[in-house]
Design a binder for this molecule. Structure first.
Ligand code: PRX
Length: 631
């Protein structure tokens, strides 16, 4: 399963293209299957219908926990670093984690959860979050983790879409100097969620919370009622493992579905090879488990490989901008995996902080979530990696389950801002607007995949047609990523950003339509249009053009902007708040009523001399008005 040189990479890549089934069957041998598969792959991208390891039976937690007990039962599986550096964290060995997962799995059973049930998890970054996730997987329940920054409305939408029976949460969470009232938010959400029969509440902040008799139970009390004996449920390779909601260009977020067998094989294979993980190494992925990065590279990938995974509760700047480096030295982190937005925000504090830290444990650095600009890449390389730790710029998506395009650490020659080459099993293709393949090097186009890999999404929960429409219909026969991409003279890939109406704000994916819908819910708003613009730290900022019923003076306008932000926070969450709001009297529309976002994007970017043809607009004058009021 392990590639150790560039020659081996090339050989593996070639084999994976010539005979994908044989290639992945060999990789999958490295796992524990209760029953072997009968067919490695069945697929078509038209319906789509994708099945890996058909007929194979397994449980992912046996692979992440049980099978490590004999050899490394006493090795740390999870190292938890609390928000406050003065609070004592915890270390869970594989044996302890196994014990706790089994116990909590029995808690779930006691509370009526059976195989196939959906369980919503809304928790802080504490070990119990990983335990809850794994406990669901242990008994075959489908977890749907919702990031702790989402609003009650967003939680309710996700719970209702998946018809979750149980919610697992905590009284509150700590983030920097803030305390976030998680249970309160869940209570607000549950007013509109009749499917939820039980709420299991873990104690973290000791904030007073309401506990409804017959519905709400305490995590700690429940644990007293169970034993540590919980045999793993036998799962089909294609049984659902989890749902994770993500934003697209239209409508509400959709529930991306991953299944047990293929996802496990892919998360582990990519973890091992991209980071060149060596037994005994400590891996620190700074993402939240509420995003796919945390699913694949805090929980499942590292644990399937028997690694030690750090879970950090807090933020990079608390108590000061040296926190990541403090954690790195304290836990002797070997692999550090973070996002460009975090790097850029830390760059602003200067480099004196590095005098205090050693950082010599670092072997590999990773980047994920958005394009990394050259300046951030070099800062990361110079100050964190001291020019001796390879940087892997990993490109992938919620839908892909694991990394698709990335250097292999220390093996692939890196080039700043390039995700470089596809991993074995990944067959990228660039196409033009009409879906025609753009061949050769030194070209750019829309990035698609022409062949499935084991971690590809199988459907979007409850709406398979939406999955087909979103990913497989734009270019028939291909999986469309939504990203634009350049392939340079060396055949290296560089992701240039989304080509659809999806924003990437601080590495978070947000649909412009979602933000518009939230703004339009605000009283007095007639219509709005949202676009992204370049932002020094966030990568992209959110720019909203808003038409209101009545004109306002400056004072009212200022308050209304803040009110709109409050509405967006309520409807989606603080991460979707516009950075800039410009009130306008009209929007540039075509005669058929379509908003010309291209023009709005250019104006927001400050590129007003280059608006292209505006004569086809219904009312060309509106463009001048918008230009003159640009923020
Ligand atoms: O636009 C790409 C960007 O993030 C999108 C996927 O977002 P999400 O599903 O939330 O997953 C993020 C973590 C995997 C992609 O369509 N993206 C992700 N990684 C990179 C990136 N853009 C450029 N370079 C990357 N390394």
């Amino acid at each position: 399963m392990r590639i150790r040189s560039f020659d081996e990479y090339q050989a593996a890549y070639q084999k994976s293209v010539e005979d994908p089934e044989a290639f992945w069957a060999e990789v999958a041998q490295n796992f524990h299957w209760r029953k072997p598969w009968t067919k490695t792959l069945q697929w078509n991208f038209d319906e789509p219908n994708i099945k890996w390891f058909v007929g194979g039976k397994l449980n992912i937690t046996e692979n992440c926990l049980d099978r490590h007990l004999a050899e490394r039962g006493d090795q740390p599986a999870i190292v938890w670093e609390p928000n406050d550096p003065n609070e004592v964290g915890t270390t869970l060995t594989y044996r302890m984690l196994h014990d706790q997962v089994c116990r909590f799995a029995n808690v779930l059973k006691r509370n009526g959860v059976v195989k196939g049930d959906r369980v919503c998890i809304y928790m802080p970054m504490v070990p119990e979050l990983a335990i809850a996730v794994l406990a669901c997987a242990r008994i075959g329940a489908v977890h749907s983790v919702v990031f702790g920054g989402f609003s009650a409305q967003s939680i309710a939408d996700r719970i209702n879409d998946a018809q979750c029976k149980v919610v697992i949460t905590a009284d509150g969470s700590y983030r920097g100097n803030k305390e976030v009232p998680l249970k309160n938010t869940v209570d607000d959400a549950l007013i509109g969620c009749p499917s939820v029969k039980r709420v299991i509440v873990m104690t973290r902040t000791r904030t007073p919370v309401s506990m409804i008799k017959g519905r709400d139970v305490w995590w700690e009390q429940e644990l007293k009622q169970v034993t540590a004996d919980c045999p793993a449920e036998e799962m089909d390779a294609e049984d659902m493992l989890f749902i994770l909601y993500t934003s697209g260009s239209t409508g509400k977020p959709k529930g991306v579905v991953h299944t047990c067998g293929g996802y496990m094989v892919y998360a582990a294979y990519t973890f091992q090879n991209v980071f060149q993980y060596e037994p005994g190494q400590v891996h620190f992925c700074t993402a939240d488990i509420g995003w796919i990065t945390g699913h694949s590279y805090i929980v499942y990938g590292p644990l399937a490989c028997g690694a030690t995974s750090v879970i950090f509760e807090g933020v990079p700047t608390y108590p000061d901008c040296g926190r990541f480096w403090d954690i790195t030295d304290k836990h002797k982190v070997n692999i550090l995996y973070t996002a460009p937005t975090a790097i850029r925000s830390l760059m602003g504090f200067g480099t004196d902080v590095f005098n205090k830290y050693d950082l010599s444990s670092i072997d590999v650095l990773g980047s994920v979530g958005e394009p990394i600009n050259a300046e951030a890449w070099h800062w990361y390389d110079d100050h964190v990696g001291k020019n001796r730790a390879p940087i892997v710029d990993t490109w992938w998506q919620t839908e892909t389950g694991g990394i698709l395009i990335s250097p292999l650490a220390g093996i692939t020659k890196t080039k700043p801002t390039f995700a470089t080459l596809p991993l074995p099993g990944v067959q990228p293709i660039l196409v033009d607007e009409n879906g025609k393949e753009i061949e050769g090097n030194g070209v750019s186009g829309n990035l698609c995949m022409k062949f499935p890999w084991p971690g590809i999404l199988r459907t979007t929960y409850g709406d398979h047609e939406r999955c087909r429409q979103t990913y497989f219909a734009t270019y028939p026969g291909l999986y469309f990523t939504g990203d634009g991409c350049l392939r340079d003279e060396d055949g290296y890939y560089r992701i240039t950003g989304r080509v659809d109406d999806v924003l990437n704000v601080s590495g978070h994916r947000i649909g412009t339509a979602e933000v518009e819908n939230a703004i339009n819910m605000h009283t007095g708003v007639v219509e709005s249009a949202v676009v992204g613009y370049p932002h020094d730290i966030k990568g992209q900022g959110i720019y909203a053009y808003v038409i209101t019923e009545h004109p306002m003076d400056d004072k009212d306008a200022d308050l209304t902007k803040r009110d709109i932000n409050a509405t967006v926070s309520r409807v989606i969450g603080p991460i979707a708040k516009p950075d800039k709001i410009q009130f306008v009297s009209g929007l540039p529309k075509t005669r058929s009523g379509k908003i010309m976002r291209r023009i709005l994007r250019k104006i927001a970017e400050g590129d007003t001399n280059n608006l292209g043809d505006t004569t086809t607009l219904l009312d060309p004058a509106v463009v001048d008005e918008i230009k003159s009021g640009v923020l």
